[in-house]
Design a protein around this ligand. Structure first.
Ligand code: TTP
Ligand code: MG
Length: 405
């Protein structure tokens, strides 16, 4: 059977969602990430902005120097999440075999679906049409016999492209491309390959696997396989969510305890709301701290009983924070919380137990927040945030919004 795998990736995703909502942004250099005078990095840049050299991951200040006339937008994660959900819904109309990878990309296995949707190329055109029609976004799609080649094809045809690599032509297609096009080849690997005279995927494909293993360990063997278009990874629809996390980087490194506690409470409330909206209970809470010198630590705690209330998560996270701060007194750059060991369904708590009262309170708060915005209800602990952050649409605008989810 001839495998037909599609890799679909939306173009300049965060920016394009902003442009779909505000058409006056179309055709302009636009950057999502935050204000250029603040700390932070570019999350997404329009292709117009990219022509000035702006790239994802670049500090905003540098992006500003490259293109002062660019429009800098803070971004709104909820809108991206919604667009992402609709994107995956569209794909699900065409195949049960859809594997999302991040918000704006997915693999789709179209093997054997010609009878219903026509050839894979036609199916891809239909997907592009629906994405454009329903979401006002453009997608780039690569089609090939395996994941790695499909992914490279979609990267190559961006933006708004469609590229099919015919069965049997995969190695020919890859051969002239730079090694950096292969997933997994970062700057370091690229440099080391260059030192041994390898710059194209074709040259890499000819290297004996044993010597690649000597240079790069186990990943050397994967490089060999990918360079030869050998990739038997299946398109796997996601299994259940394993963990949920929220984190944020501060504008300035800090050791201010009441501020850290307030942020922690805020992150736990966001986490709790997400847990409850998914109908999940968590058994483990993990705290993440990154210090000013980028040292990063995680500390975790297992709850005696799985829970989903803000208070339960916060109490555990606060305990971990106190311990971590006692252990090391260093300025903090990033704070994050994760819940894991998730289970579905509720363990029955005793009627009118303190646990059940908390539950009613959480759900009442969730309803009000869904209707009137997150900051419409403040808990005492988060009040100090009012002095630090501005609010937009009744939600705090953190320094790194895309991560604060
Ligand atoms: P990408 O698909 O890598 O980038 P993109 O969609 O903006 O642009 P392209 O046309 O090249 O596909 O990432 C998808 C989204 O993920 C992107 O719009 C913003 C977010 N993101 C970050 O928040 N930080 C990052 O460093 C990167 C790379 C992406
Ligand atoms: Mg993209």
């Amino acid at each position: 059977m001839i495998h037909r795998i599609l890799h679909i990736d939306l173009d300049a995703f965060f920016v394009s969602v902003e442009q779909a909502l505000n058409p006056h942004l179309k055709g302009k250099p636009v950057v999502v990430g935050g204000r250029p005078d603040r700390r932070g990095v570019v999350a997404s840049a329009s292709y117009e902005a990219r022509s000035f050299g702006i790239q994802a991951g670049m500090p905003l200040r540098r992006a500003y120097r490259l293109c002062p006339q660019a429009i800098f937008i803070q971004g709104n994660f909820a809108n991206y999440q919604e667009a992402s959900n609709k994107f995956i819904e569209i794909l699900a109309n065409f195949s049960p075999q859809v594997e999302p990878g991040g918000l704006d990309e997915a693999y789709l296995d179209a093997t054997g679906s010609e009878g219903i949707f026509g050839p894979a190329y036609q199916l891809a055109l239909n997907i592009k049409g629906q994405v454009k029609g329903k979401l006002k976004l453009t997608a780039s799609i690569g089609i090939a016999s395996c994941k790695v080649v499909a992914k490279i094809a979609s990267d190559l045809c961006k933006p708004d492209g469609l590229l099919e690599v015919a069965p049997g032509e995969e190695r020919l297609f890859l051969a002239p491309l730079a090694v950096a096009q292969l997933p997994g080849v970062g700057r370091k690997t690229e440099q080391r390959l260059k030192e041994i005279g390898i710059t194209t995927i074709g040259q890499l494909a000819k290297m004996p696997p044993d010597s690649l293993k000597k240079y790069f360990g186990a990943s050397g063997l994967i490089l060999h396989r990918y360079a030869n278009a050998i990739d038997d990874r299946k398109v796997e629809p996601p299994t259940e969510t394993k963990s949920i996390s929220r984190e944020t980087t501060f504008g300035e490194d800090t050791l201010d305890l009441s501020f850290l506690q307030a942020i922690l409470r805020y992150l736990c409330e966001r986490l709790g709301a997400e847990l409850r909206s998914r109908g999940k209970q968590a058994k483990r809470v993990t705290l993440k701290l990154r210090y000013a010198d980028f040292e990063t630590i995680t500390r975790c705690l297992t709850l005696t009983e799985a829970g989903d209330s803000d208070e339960v998560i916060f109490t555990a996270a606060l305990q971990l924070l106190s311990r971590a701060l006692n252990w090391k007194q260093k300025l903090v750059r990033l704070l994050g919380v994760e819940v894991s060991h998730l289970m579905t369904g509720k363990q029955l708590s005793m009627l009118d137990s303190p646990g059940q009262k908390l539950e009613h309170l959480d759900r009442a708060v969730d309803r009000i927040r869904r209707k009137y915005g997150f900051t419409s209800i403040q808990t005492g602990r988060t009040l100090p945030l009012k002095e630090v952050f501005t609010t937009k649409e009744r939600d705090y605008v953190l320094e790194t919004p895309s991560l604060s989810q």
